[in-house]
Design a binder for this molecule. Structure first.
Ligand SMILES: Cc1ncc(COP(=O)(O)O)c(C=O)c1O
Length: 383
């Protein structure tokens, strides 16, 4: 393979990616190229990424356990703090057991490929996260994509494959590029009719939705109906890693079968201790998610009023959707000049080019007003 030619092809198709060099992330700000910007791009939804209490707990864990984990948990065993985190999570989620993974990506890859095989038909929302698609692909199962959040299309597909015995439905609960929620209640009704396992990905709902921030399953009181729940620590909790919860046999099965758990060195105990502390703080300080909810509503309403199109967003992820990649890029560059970092996501990564706002607790109303004024000013210059 000629990498240079491949890179040229990517550039021609506007698919070339680069990793931005940043100097610092601090509260609501991001620093790069010697300048400070308001950060509307991070998934640090609860503002816990630089919480001093979490940092202190992590430092203590470093002293106690050392820098690394040494090997896979299946080889070297598990530090107590992993068990503490898993037991705490299982209780919060009303399930028998939880299992910690190094990342949401690793988890989806490993778990889906462990629980589906050639005989499985996996029903997958078109806008599910890439890690879900990669897990399905690795499992060699049969991928059935249904139109985004379209229950009629899902049912059409279920009807078509109703003779299949082993069916699995996987969905994000909050969609990462659109900020809308999966129609879990309707999906559960179809489960009664057609019989399938349900796995949900709460990556963007964790910490944010439900009384304890446990996600959409908690918010809609569906614990009894959803078989497998995964979530991440990398977003609202400001840390790293992911978890899956389910019944005892299921978790034991995963420990025996999941290659992305078995064949990798686990994250250091200090990271796990930080995640546990973040989880506890999120539950004791519900004002974080409440403020986020209020601010998200305010931002969505104001954007609507100002004539911007935000699709079906219902959460802290709010896309501002444009007609073309060029328009989205123009807004991105103009916002940078005004001290706002809000990246453009372009076609074909998404179906419609957009600025993807990812709101965090540390962003205040005054910052939201500043963003809206900036967007309106840019719109006026275009008109
Ligand atoms: C819906 C969803 N699932 C899984 C992941 C992967 O999680 P992680 O970043 O912890 O690997 C992401 C990350 O962007 C996501 O948006």
């Amino acid at each position: 393979m000629d990498y240079k030619i491949e890179l040229e092809k990517l550039k021609e198709a506007f698919l070339y990616r680069e990793i931005k060099k940043i100097e610092k992330l601090e509260g609501k700000y991001i620093f790069f190229e010697g300048k400070k910007y308001l950060d509307f791009s991070s998934s640090n939804y609860l503002g816990l990424r630089d919480d001093r209490r979490i940092i202190e707990i992590m430092k203590k864990a470093l002293d106690e356990y050392g820098v690394g984990s040494g090997a896979s948990r299946l080889v070297v065993g598990t530090a107590k703090v992993f068990e503490e985190l898993e037991e705490y999570l299982a209780k919060l989620k009303n399930k028998d057991k939880a299992l910690f993974f190094n990342s949401g990506y690793d988890l989806n890859l490993g778990v889906i490929s462990a629980i589906a095989n050639k005989g499985t038909y996996v029903f997958c929302d078109k806008l599910n996260h890439a890690s879900i698609y990669d897990g399905i692909s690795l499992s060699k199962s049969n991928l059935i994509r249904y139109k985004h959040n379209d229950i009629k299309d899902l049912e059409r597909n279920l009807e078509k494959y109703k003779g299949v015995e082993d069916k699995l439905l996987v969905t994000d609960t909050v969609f990462s590029m659109d900020g809308d929620k999966a129609k879990l209640k309707e999906i559960v009704k179809l489960k009664d009719k057609y019989g399938f396992r349900i796995m949900v990905d709460e990556a963007h709902a964790g910490g944010v939705l439900g009384e304890n921030g446990m996600g959409l399953v908690e918010a809609e009181n569906l614990y009894e109906r959803i078989d497998i729940i995964m979530g991440t620590f990398s977003k609202a909790y400001g840390g790293q890693g992911a978890y899956v919860v389910g019944d005892k046999d299921f978790i034991e099965y995963l420990i025996n079968k999941t290659r992305s758990l078995i064949y990798t060195t686990s994250l250091p105990p200090s990271i796990v201790a930080g995640n546990l502390e973040a989880l506890k703080i999120s539950i004791n300080e519900k004002f974080r998610k409440e403020t986020l909810k209020e601010n998200s509503e305010y931002l969505r309403e104001t954007l609507n009023k100002e004539g911007f199109f935000i699709g079906e967003s219902e959460t802290q992820i709010i896309p501002v959707i444009f007609d073309s990649n060029e328009e989205a890029l123009f807004y991105y560059e103009e916002l940078l000049k005004k001290g706002i970092y809000l990246p453009a996501i372009r076609k074909p990564t998404v179906m419609k080019a957009r600025l993807r706002i990812s709101l965090g607790y540390k962003i205040e109303k005054i910052d939201i007003d500043y963003l809206i004024n900036a967007l309106v000013e840019i719109k006026n210059t275009l008109n």
